[in-house]
Design a protein around this ligand. Structure first.
Ligand code: AMP
Length: 277
């Protein structure tokens, strides 16, 4: 596996690949890799000649300094996992290389960013859009792979790709879960064994919601979900039933409907979602 630690090394490498007309699959990550990330890489390998993974803990998408500081950094182990997956190249840039000066550009995604994660994490999606657009320019992938776990991030990136005419296909990959249903996440490492068990109630709640969705009203399904989570000592930040495309909160069922959850187990904030129809 090629390990590229600067933007110049990456762009030189990409130029050589482009000459050979190989297709490039790209998986951007913040590292601390788990089976969720690896599933994206495996999917990328099936459809692309070359798979480039980036690991960069992007400071501009954190709205809490402490969260950025605490973010797990496990590059050595991540590198081993990527070798096993036979990933073609790993891009590991420094903050100075990615942000040589303080960025002033501000994105606006309209109503797509004023709800859910956007409403609770000010500036988060601006940081995501900044880093993803920089990476897209440097990597020039044919296909970029993202997890449905971050549903709002996916919709924002799709919108950015459309509005800025990036010639890149976005492939959305399903959520990978632990055996107990807990959606895989780098944050799960901060949960004790008991808390992991407790956190599994989030996916149980989503599954229950999916089961009752066809026969019950939206407000009832939401109410039942919140009360189930609270009974299991999970502190709800939001539970909503939204349109799967524009993420607006629904009162009536739409063609593609998701339940989305953000909740705390101990002091760890977790997000999850599930299509209800
Ligand atoms: P992150 O390192 O958290 O920025 O995630 C990198 C990519 O992996 C994003 O596209 C995430 O949506 C995706 N991802 C994270 N967790 C999972 C999961 N449990 N299943 C599938 N994809 C995931």
């Amino acid at each position: 596996m090629n390990i590229l630690t600067s933007v110049v090394e990456l762009t030189t490498y990409v130029a050589a690949i482009k000459k050979s007309s190989s297709s490039i699959g790209f998986v951007p990550t913040m590292g601390n890799l788990h089976e969720g990330h690896l599933s994206l890489i495996r999917t990328a390998k099936q459809s692309c000649d070359v798979v480039i993974v980036s690991i960069f803990v992007n400071p501009t998408q954190f709205n809490k300094a402490d969260d950025l500081k605490k973010y797990p950094r496990t590059v050595e182990n991540d590198t081993k996992l990527l070798e096993v997956e036979d990933c073609t190249a790993l891009f590991l840039p420094s903050v100075e290389d990615v942000y040589p000066s303080e960025p002033t550009l501000r994105f606006s995604f309209g109503t797509l960013e004023s709800v859910l994660e956007g409403a609770h994490r000010t500036g988060h999606f601006n940081g995501v859009a900044l880093i993803v657009s920089k990476l897209f320019h440097w990597v020039q992938p044919n296909i970029a792979f993202f997890g449905e776990k971050d549903l709002q991030q996916v919709r924002i990136i799709e919108s950015m790709v459309r509005d800025l005419s990036f010639q890149i296909n976005i492939k959305v990959c399903p959520i990978q879960r632990e055996n107990n249903g807990l959606a895989m996440s780098s944050r799960n490492n901060r949960l004790s064994a008991d808390e992991k068990e407790q956190a599994s109630h989030i996916s149980v709640a989503l599954t229950k919601a999916r089961q009752s969705f066809s026969t019950r009203a939206i407000t009832e399904v939401k109410k039942e979900t919140i009360s189930y989570l609270e009974q299991n000592r999970i502190k709800v930040e939001y539970v909503d039933i939204v349109d799967g495309y524009d993420l607006r909160s629904l009162e009536e069922k739409s063609e593609l409907t998701y339940m989305v959850v953000a909740a705390y187990v101990g002091d760890v904030r977790l997000i999850d979602n599930m299509a209800l129809n």
